[in-house]
Ligand binder design. Structure first.
Ligand SMILES: [Zn+2]
Length: 471
């Protein structure tokens, strides 16, 4: 697999550092409102990445943070006159519901910043002890960027024209305003009831420190992948590197990946321009999570994505073509176990695999999917049941990355069609049995049963039937 590393600014081969497990950190939402479709573009990109890693046979340990204390959440809670936790709770819940709507696989850990204040205080203390951070007169603690020689290596900042010694208290600022940034912010009146005690007095963490502290807690001091939207690259990710590496003396992250911006109808999304959409806005207009996912995943992640309603209409038509083909294959397969993949299915799957492993080239992966649709449609009348089942297994394999192919809706010959996921398991089990790997065969039988299908072995192969609920 090859991916573009924002740190080296090159495409590089990727493999996890430790055996078969990829350790990956993803910047999550600030839970002060509903996430918009620009945010979801990044989360869908990260999901396609995660699924591609799994497609390649690696296990993934993904950590995605929930920023539930920062300038914005505090402002919102105090304006609403409710405790911070109460204010952020519905937005946390909405975030998880939206991920489900978009069929995003859950991360292994979703740490909330407010549950990790001691870890952040500890990291700030290490930085103060190392002499790269200092307490200012008001009780805040700042990171001194001149004390960390690597500062600017991710964003490629030219320090020639920078002023030094300035401080920036805000969480977000631009490259023209590089200065010492806040690790710990002293309590002030506008914080209201929000605050924690620390060795430097009452206050709260800066935004950037949470990701360094929580990523290293769950993934170790050096880990494989860190992802986010391109707007996170500076200052957030630059500061994460500075905080982590100045404390540990080790490289923080091996590969950084960033997703480009999303525009709506060719313009920057903004409430004033009337082109600002949350996922909920689009669902209310009658679009489905599946259609929205199709559009969000369809552009290459490093290219700007122009989101337009015409793209959703195209998605609906394209998905209908996939559905029609899958239903016809299911009718044709009539519950048969997959045989060897017909040439057209094998070559489509090979093209698909090459595309996703080439820096997640989803436009080419979509092309491979539609080649499979076209070839299957052309061959449909002559397909034997085991060929049709093998073609379904190829769809299932692609869908393990894409996450929008649907199946199992049609009924053939009175029996329910075998969904592609179950067909793929059956194919694996047939292979295990051919290799006389009985333990694996039994494991797959249980997996198939868990998916609601019973499998029986006979001289002619495996036969499956839907398990009917009792009563
Ligand atoms: Zn972050």
């Amino acid at each position: 697999m090859k991916v573009y590393n924002s740190l080296s600014r090159r495409e590089e081969p990727f493999a996890p550092e430790r055996g078969g497990e990829v350790r990956m950190y993803t910047c999550g939402p600030t839970v002060y409102n509903f996430a918009h479709i620009g945010n979801f573009r990044a989360y869908v990109f990260e999901d396609v990445l995660r699924r591609t890693l799994e497609f390649n046979g690696w296990k993934v340990k993904q950590v995605q943070n929930l920023t539930d204390v920062d300038d914005k959440t505090i402002r919102g809670a105090n304006a609403a006159g409710v405790p911070l936790q109460e204010y952020t709770k519905p937005y946390k819940e909405a975030f998880f519901a939206d991920l489900k709507t978009l069929n995003v696989e859950p991360a292994e850990v979703y740490p909330a910043a407010t549950d990790h204040i001691p870890e952040m205080i500890e990291l700030v203390r290490r930085l103060v002890d190392a002499g790269v951070a200092y307490r200012s007169d008001d009780g805040s603690v700042y990171f001194s960027v001149v004390k960390f020689p690597g500062y600017g290596k991710l964003a490629h900042i030219d320090f020639e024209n920078q002023r030094t010694g300035a401080r920036c208290a805000a969480d977000e600022y631009d490259k023209e305003n590089v200065g010492d940034f806040a690790l710990w912010k002293a309590w002030e009146e506008s914080d209201g009831p929000v605050g924690w005690d620390s060795p430097w007095g009452r206050g709260r963490p800066g935004w950037h420190i949470e990701c360094s502290a929580m990523s290293m807690k769950y993934l170790g001091e050096t880990f494989d992948l860190h992802t986010g939207g391109i707007d996170n690259l500076f200052p957030h990710h630059e500061n994460e590197i500075a905080q982590a590496e100045a404390a540990t003396g080790k490289p923080f992250v091996r590969t950084w990946m960033h997703c480009a911006h999303l525009r709506v109808n060719g313009e920057k999304m903004s409430k004033s321009a009337g082109n600002f959409f949350t996922l909920r806005d689009l669902l209310e207009k009658g679009w489905t999570g599946r259609e929205i996912r199709y559009v969000l995943a369809g552009a290459h992640y490093r290219q700007g994505l122009n989101f337009a309603f015409s793209a959703l209409e195209d998605a609906r038509k394209s998905l209908a073509r996939v559905d029609t083909c899958v239903a016809a294959l299911e009718a044709r397969a009539a519950g048969a176990a997959p045989g060897a993949a017909p040439e057209f299915a094998a070559s489509a799957l090979e093209a698909f695999s090459a595309a996703v492993n080439d820096d997640l080239n989803t436009p080419r992966a979509y092309a491979a999917l539609f080649n499979l649709v076209r070839s299957a449609n052309a061959a449909m009348e002559t397909l034997r049941p085991q060929d049709a089942a093998a073609a379904l297994a190829a769809f299932a394999r692609m869908d393990s990355v894409l996450g929008f192919v649907q199946s199992g809706k049609s009924a053939a010959g009175g029996g329910e069609a075998v969904p592609p996921g179950v067909a793929a398991l059956l194919e694996e089990r047939a292979r295990a049995r051919a290799e006389k790997n009985w333990a694996e065969s039994d494991r797959l039988r249980d997996a198939i049963a868990a998916a609601g299908w019973a499998v029986k072995d006979s001289k002619t192969g495996q036969a499956v039937s839907k398990i009917r609920p009792q009563g």
